[in-house]
Design a protein around this ligand. Structure first.
Ligand SMILES: [Zn+2]
Length: 444
């Protein structure tokens, strides 16, 4: 039976469009060519899979499949920042020069993009937002009753890098989540800081990553502190001493332990590994609030300077980090939580029209069942592509579950079931396929 044959043939049904995609309709195509500029796994696979397009060094367009991953990552971050009490705002990328002159960073930040206007004024393309957020939040703070408060945004940032490299790990334009917190006491700041640290670990875990927390340079030697979140992978740029058994880690620049020594937390032997910095958090103290005179009246009627913390995660960088940490020689292995689609349905058409029609009917039926349960499906319905090429694309694109409908599987009234993370395929009866997929998606 041809159920819901025209689901994605009806452009006005946009909610259905959002959860399914036929590869015959997909804007992008995969390519076997490794782009010359692909110097890392994330650059290679994201470009080959058509997740992103490089417009210039360090500048990317996000295409349908890549944007779905990015949105999933952003939503995980948004949920955790909301749970932390953060209020989402959106500040401008194009920033006035004056606050940058007030902090002195117009001259000292070497990666600052400076944009002249025909009016004679100059602007900055923001690499960060302390110059905007400090006076912004400050304008609403009167007394201790207004504190603590935290705001965040997910937005494009700009850095005038001399050399952009490593795919989406280090771009000239990149997506960032930056949260800023405002407090009346150091104690309150430190409490929030620890909660933010825990929320960050949750974000990385939900993205399928094992992140270590390291104290960043200067951290333990000053009153101020800062931490980096390092995802352990051979592609990392930073050397860290990490414990394989617990979360203990130190950046090699400031380490107090060395390779082979006992972990101060659990006693296991510390290893020297490479990590990708996926996030960082800072105790800013009164550095920016003093400059912008952000004060409040405390319980005794005394005027005091607000204390600040800032907390960043590079969201486009995080997509690249996921690829670096979760891939094999054939392509990407997206975790379910961020995959563009949960299921990659592959139809192998067979040689004659009758087989082809049976395969298409069975595929459409399953596609419709999955869709009606809200399961997201990328359907390889391409008529003229060989099985080998379809499987290679499925591995490259990296959906967590591949279902194949072919003449062979239909002889057994079955669907071939294969996880991206496994080499083994098995047959599942067509009648059980929907329930099995639902269970798979519900698993953690
Ligand atoms: Zn340990």
């Amino acid at each position: 039976m041809r159920r819901a044959f025209c689901l994605s043939d009806q452009p006005e049904r946009s909610t259905l469009f959002a959860i399914t995609m036929r590869m015959t309709r997909l804007l992008t195509k995969t390519t076997k060519n490794v782009p010359a500029e692909a110097d890392s796994a994330n650059a290679k696979y994201l470009l080959q899979g058509g997740f992103v397009r490089q417009e210039a060094a360090g500048i990317y367009s996000w295409l349908p499949l890549g944007l779905r991953v990015l949105r999933h990552v952003e939503n995980i971050i948004r949920e955790e920042m909301d749970a932390l009490g953060g209020q989402e705002i959106l500040m401008p990328g194009l920033q006035p020069k004056e606050p940058w002159q007030i902090t002195g960073r117009w001259e000292t930040v070497d990666v600052l993009f400076k944009v002249p206007s025909q009016t004679g004024k100059e602007y900055a393309l923001g690499p960060t937002h302390e110059e905007i957020v400090t006076p912004l939040v400050g304008s609403f703070i009167r007394s201790y009753n207004d504190l603590p408060v935290a705001v965040y945004q997910i937005q494009s940032k700009y850095r005038d890098e001399l050399r952009a490299k490593s795919g989406v790990l280090r771009g000239r334009e990149f997506g960032m989540k930056d949260l800023y917190s405002f407090h009346k006491t150091q104690e309150d700041l430190e409490q929030f800081y620890q909660k933010a640290l825990a929320a960050y670990l949750t974000v990385f875990k939900r993205c399928g990553l094992d992140a270590k927390v390291t104290e960043a340079s200067g951290g333990s030697f000053t009153k101020k502190f800062s931490h980096e979140f390092q995802v352990v992978t051979p592609a990392g740029e930073d050397l860290i001493f990490a414990c394989p058994s617990c979360t203990f880690a130190q950046n090699s620049e400031i380490a107090t332990v060395t390779e082979g020594e006992a972990c101060p937390s659990c006693g296991s032997n510390v290893e020297l590994v490479k990590g990708i910095e996926a996030g960082n958090i800072f105790d800013l103290g009164s550095k920016f609030s003093e400059v912008f005179n952000v004060e409040f009246t405390d319980e005794d009627g005394e005027r005091k300077t607000v204390l600040m913390g800032c907390y960043g995660i590079g969201v486009t960088r995080l997509v690249g980090t996921i690829v670096e940490a979760l891939h094999d020689e054939s392509g990407i292995m997206w975790p379910k939580s961020v995959a563009p689609y949960q299921v990659h349905l592959v139809s192998l058409m067979g040689k004659d029209d009758a087989t082809r029609e049976r395969v298409m009917d069975a595929s459409e039926s399953l596609y419709s069942d999955l869709t009606s349960e809200g399961i997201t499906v990328l359907w390889d319905d391409r008529p003229d592509v060989s099985p080998g090429a379809k499987f290679a694309d499925a591995d490259l694109l990296g959906m967590p579950l591949r279902l194949v409908i072919s003449e062979k599987s239909l002889k057994e009234d079955s669907v071939e079931w294969k996880l991206r993370s496994s080499k083994e395929a098995k047959l599942v009866p067509v009648a059980d396929a929907l329930e099995d997929v639902k269970s798979f998606i519900a698993e953690n």
